[in-house]
Design a protein around this ligand. Sequence first.
Ligand SMILES: [Zn+2]
Length: 290
Amino acid sequence: MIRNEIPRADYAHMGGSGTWGGDFPDNTGIAGVRVLERDMEFETPFGTTVPMMLFEIPAEMTADHLPHTVLDIPFHGWFGLSPYHDTPSERVFWVLQRAGVKYIVADGSGGGINPLLDPGDVIIPDDLIDQTKRISYLSKFTDKIVRMRDIVCPDLAQLLYQEACKEYPRVFGRGIYAVDEAPRFETKAEIRRLYDQHCDICGHTMMPEAALARAIGACYAAIYLVSNTAEGINPDWKRPIFDLYHECADKFGRIVINTLAAIDPAKKQCRCKEYLLPVPGDVNTRMNAK
Ligand SMILES: [Zn+2]
C-alpha cells in the first residue's frame, strides 16, 4: 500500500539471499522484536518502491539501551531478478535518506572465487570492485564527491563478524567482492580474470548499495553466504544454491538483528562521514557556470 509519510528510522536492513529463505524476522526465534508496520510502498522520483517493513528491536536488547527502529527492505529492493535496466536501489535509498537512516546492514550470497572458500562459509567483505555498467544516480543524493575509502564501515563489519562467529564455524572478516550484473552468473574466463584481480567472492548486490549508502551519509556493511563455488573453481560442486538459502535464513536473521542491536552510536569510531567531500565554493561556482 502506498504511504505518503516516511517513518523515521536510524537503522535499515537490506535483506537478500541470506535471509530470503525464511520468514524474517519471525523465523529468528528472538523474542521481543516487534513488527510495527508491513507493506509500506513509497512513491519516489525513480518510481514506486517494493513493500517495506518497519520493526523495532527493544531497548533491553540494544547496546545503547534505546529501542532501535529498523526499516526492512526485502531482497535489496529488487523487482525480480533483472533490475539493471531499472532503479530499484535508488528508489530504496531515496526513502532511506528521508527516513534519516544512519546504519545499514545488508545480507546476501555469492560465488566463492577464492579457492579457500567453501560453500556454507560466511564472508564480510571489506572492499569491492564494481563491474557493472549501469547508470550512476549518485548526484541525485549528494552534491559532494563520494570517496570510496573504507566503503564498508569497519565498525559495522566488526559487529557483523562477532555475531556471525556465534552462528558459523568459518567466518572471513575481509575480502573483495566483485559486483556483476544480474541475472546471469559469470563465465569461467571471467572468474579467472576476477581471481587474477584478487577478488574473493562475486555477486550482484553490493553496488550501487554501498556507494548510495555513502552518498546519504550512512554506514554500510554486508554479510554473505558462500552459496556455491564460482564457475570453474570447483566443477564437482553440485548442490543447489537454494538448499543453502533455506539452511542459512534463521542464522542470518539472528546475525542481522543482533548486529543492529549491538550498534552503539556513542561508541562508533569509524570515519565514514568524512569521506563525503564538499566541493569548495569557488570550484563549485566555476563548475556550474554556464
Ligand atoms: Zn561507519
